[in-house]
Design a binder for this molecule. Structure first.
Ligand SMILES: [Mn+2]
Length: 311
């Protein structure tokens, strides 16, 4: 499945690795994991990671993005990881690369790159990179395994989401056969500042329910600063605070920002992705999102989710 990817990586002297903006553990894990892989197996190559600030994933090794001049792209392969649509790719210069390759596990929306390997059966993009390395017979180093394991654990919700399959555990077994400290990953991921705990408590007090029990939080631009967090931490960081409420099948988090209303939608069963797509977003069947222009649109979207629960 990954022969073409390995062939392209072997062919190009310069590889620039992209991932989606506002990265999660899978985006950074796949990006840095691939970087460590190329460095260890092809030390003569130039390989870079680009993108926006990794924020709460900055504890991950080599997560600080490289800054490179535009000219580097002219002979480079740009690899795009964990990204379902072109607008979400961090650093638009990928378009200027000599060739492009995408490896992704989101539902396929449209072709983005010249070469594409997209398979939504994978729990994580890191899982795809792990299989690519295993298939290639090339060397897996502990640094690489650690990065990939971080994404595998975060995107599978610690093996909780039903994207977790027997193959997920095989990948986990393969990666953990390399010697790295799992404890250091979990410390980085789950230790919490008191500020965040307080914000979570505040968020819980703001949960409301629609007629058919869609749980939601709507944070206005005025309320937003009272959380003391960045928009991403409130939006994607808080949405799953509503995940285990008994009787709730769909939950949504609306956060007003200067760049529109960020909407995160989650579901325990129903496929909510078409709703996100209808409003210009995307993602997975049970975890997706969109950026909305105004409150009225947000309430329309919420009404559609409510209708789904009433069916
Ligand atoms: Mn992912």
């Amino acid at each position: 499945m990954f022969e073409k990817a390995v062939e392209l990586i072997k062919k190009f002297h310069t590889v620039i690795i992209h991932r989606h903006a506002n990265p999660d553990g899978d985006a950074i894990g796949a990006q840095t994991g691939l970087w460590f892989f190329i460095r260890a197996n092809f030390p003569e190559k130039q390989v870079f990671c680009v993108g926006d600030d990794p924020k709460r994933y900055s504890f991950m090794d080599h997560s600080a993005p490289d800054s490179i001049p535009d000219v580097v792209y002219s002979d480079a392969l740009a690899v795009i990881l964990d990204t379902s649509s072109a607008e979400l790719i961090s650093d638009v210069r990928w378009k200027t690369a000599k060739s492009t390759l995408r490896i992704d596990h989101h539902v396929l929306l449209a072709q983005i790159a010249e070469y594409e390997i997209v398979d939504p059966a994978y729990e994580s993009c890191c899982g795809m990179i792990a299989d690519m390395i295993r298939e290639s017979g090339l060397k897996l180093t502990p640094e690489c395994a650690k990065a990939l394991y971080t994404g595998l654990v975060t995107d599978s919700g610690r093996f909780l989401y039903d994207s977790t399959t027997p193959a997920t555990f095989k990948r986990a077994a393969y990666l953990t056969s390399s010697s790295f400290s799992r404890e250091s990953i979990f410390k980085g991921l789950y230790s919490n500042d008191f500020k965040n705990l307080r914000a979570r408590a505040q968020f819980i007090l703001n949960i409301k329910f629609t007629m058919h029990n869609v749980a939601y939080v709507y944070t206005t631009l005025e309320e937003f600063p009272t959380y003391g967090l960045d928009a991403f931490s409130v939006s994607r960081g808080m949405v799953n605070t509503m995940s285990d409420i008994r009787g709730v099948q769909i939950w949504a988090n609306f956060t007003e920002t200067e760049s529109g209303i960020w909407c995160e939608i989650r579901s325990s069963g129903k496929n909510v992705c078409p709703v996100a797509v209808k409003y210009g977003g995307g993602g997975h069947a049970k975890a997706c999102g969109a950026t909305l222009p105004d409150r009225e649109t947000a309430m329309k979207l919420l009404a559609e989710l409510d209708e789904m629960c009433g069916e």
